[in-house]
Ligand binder design. Structure first.
Ligand SMILES: Cc1cc2nc3c(=O)[nH]c(=O)nc-3n(C[C@H](O)[C@H](O)[C@H](O)COP(=O)(O)OP(=O)(O)OC[C@H]3O[C@@H](n4cnc5c(N)ncnc54)[C@H](O)[C@@H]3O)c2cc1C
Length: 469
């Protein structure tokens, strides 16, 4: 029953209880088998069936559709992919612009499919206040980020700088010095979207086996606890759970993000906060915050990552865990008017980080293995584009999507994607990065205008850049 899964996130807890789909009960032969019923797996299935209705497509899912990051995230749908700047750096301006347009159109395309399929997922396109600077030291960094977007093919029509006054007309957070506004962004109820998508895919004729954990993935077959599914095309779409299945190695490792939700807020409190157009928002700190005003008027606020030694995904969280207190603290620091408001939910999930820190879509025709993911925490929008791309690659359709720079066609996954370094290097690096971020935040807070603080912050950033290359 989905009610067993409802504690996984506030979003899943809001859905009506319904039965989980039946597990696999023996061996099967199909044309395409997809492992993982999150957005990536389901969008791939959706576009496969839309373009080739005759295909026999099956999805195997360890829990229920949306149990992973897709049913737990912050609900930002942004017209962007992690690593865009790196992917387009050597391309001519016109090509950069075309690529950005594909990313921007992707946000609207999701809205259209939801509408066409009758999926009520509270999709609303209000843009995003991206990286609100709260200390003078953050202003220059956020402006440099904006310049980087322009360099990557965005224009002043797509994103622009908000002065402190312009920002406070959209959101009133403590110490707002200004920030970047990107208009190609929406918010969504993530669980309604993924569960609705699973229903839509099923209506198209895809069989989804829930409660069916895969144990190994290799060309031609997926071995699950309940039987073997054989298919000429096998699509692992496991993102932050990739390390749990034999055959995929440590090319994508799980990193955790944690979120809280408040009780529904009064209209007068929202008048104080702003976000009238349900804009998504985040602050300019490097602790990676993200928030939205939910359709039922709660503040949804996530921040900060975590990494478990050995690259193990984590799915269980409880609001009483001490790790939620810093998130509450940051939310109260941004929005002092929320002190005294009840935080009703706290949850988290595992997202996937590839060694290149940028997502990929790969189809190796010889082995029949196809995969996409590695969104580095920005996958709600991109997973639609990448699922659609995988479908085109599998169906050998030449499209604007298959020509994107993140598509590594026809080469073994092992050669397209680098492995992560072994432990304890990964764990130590994650500790180092988090400590540096915390230190920088403290420096900013204690002495916002100290020029040596900026120098140290930049040094941190430059060294992080080297570490991540
Ligand atoms: C807390 C949090 C907040 C986030 N906020 C945002 C945001 O606001 N905006 C944004 O763009 N991105 C956000 N992300 C990232 C985004 O949610 C993901 O990039 C996206 O959902 C990835 O979708 P997916 O289908 O690739 O992976 P998942 O949704 O994780 O799907 C993988 C599926 O595989 C299943 N599975 C696991 N093991 C097995 C197995 N052995 N066999 C079969 N199935 C298995 C899981 O149950 C899961 O359903 C966030 C992520 C988290 C965790």
């Amino acid at each position: 029953m989905i009610s067993n899964y409802s504690t996984a996130s506030f979003w899943l807890s809001q859905l009506d209880p319904q039965g989980a789909r039946d597990p696999l009960d023996g061996d099967r032969d199909v044309d395409v088998v997809i492992v993982g019923a999150g957005y990536t797996g389901l969008w791939t299935a959706y576009y496969l069936k839309k373009n080739a209705p005759e295909l026999n497509v099956a999805v195997v899912e360890a829990n229920i559709a949306g149990y992973g990051a897709s049913g737990r995230n912050g609900g930002w749908v942004v017209g962007y992919v992690a690593g865009l700047e790196k992917y387009v750096s050597s391309l001519p301006s016109a090509e950069k612009r075309d690529i950005c347009n594909v990313l921007f159109d992707n946000v609207d395309a999701i809205g259209y499919v939801l509408q066409d399929e009758g999926i009520e997922a509270n999709f609303h396109k209000g843009g995003v206040i991206y990286g609100a600077a709260r200390f003078p030291g953050q202003v220059a960094r956020q402006k440099a980020f904006l310049d980087g977007l322009y360099e990557a093919g965005h224009t002043e029509e797509d994103c622009w700088w908000l002065s402190a006054d312009e920002m406070s007309a959209k959101v009133r957070l403590r110490n707002g010095y200004g920030g970047v506004f990107k208009k190609h962004a929406a918010v969504v109820h993530p669980a309604k979207m993924v569960r609705g998508l699973a229903d839509a895919v099923e209506k198209l004729g895809v069989t989804i086996y829930e409660q069916t954990p895969a144990m190994s993935v290799k060309p031609g077959e997926v071995v699950t606890k309940n039987g073997v599914v054989r298919a000429p095309v096998v699509v692992p779409a496991l993102e932050g759970y990739s390390t749990t299945v034999t055959g995929l190695g440590t090319r994508i490792i799980p990193v955790q993000s944690l979120i809280i939700a408040t009780e529904p807020l009064s209209e007068s409190l929202w008048d104080e906060i702003g976000l009238k157009n349900r804009e998504a928002f985040c602050d300019g700190g490097r602790m990676i915050s993200y928030g939205q005003r939910s359709a039922d008027d709660r503040m949804i606020f996530g921040a900060r990552g975590g990494y478990v030694y050995g690259a193990k995904p984590r799915s269980e969280f409880s609001l009483s865990d001490p790790e939620f207190r810093p998130r509450e603290g940051l939310m109260h620091d941004l929005f002092p008017m929320l002190k005294g408001v009840e935080v009703t939910h706290g949850w988290g999930g595992s997202l996937g980080v590839p060694r290149a820190f940028a997502p990929h879509a790969v189809f190796d025709k010889r082995s029949g293995l196809a995969t996409a993911g590695g969104y580095v925490g920005q996958g709600v929008g991109p997973s639609h584009l990448f699922g659609r791309t995988l479908a085109d690659l599998i169906l050998e359709r030449d499209s604007e999507f298959t020509r994107m720079p993140w598509v590594f066609g026809d080469r073994p996954i092992g050669r397209a994607l680098r492995r992560w370094e072994p432990e304890p290097f990964r764990w130590l690096t994650s500790r180092l990065i988090l400590s540096m971020y915390e230190w920088e935040e403290k420096l900013c807070q204690e002495n916002a205008s100290a020029s040596w603080g900026k120098v140290i912050a930049n040094a941190i950033n430059n060294n992080l850049g080297k570490l991540m290359r």
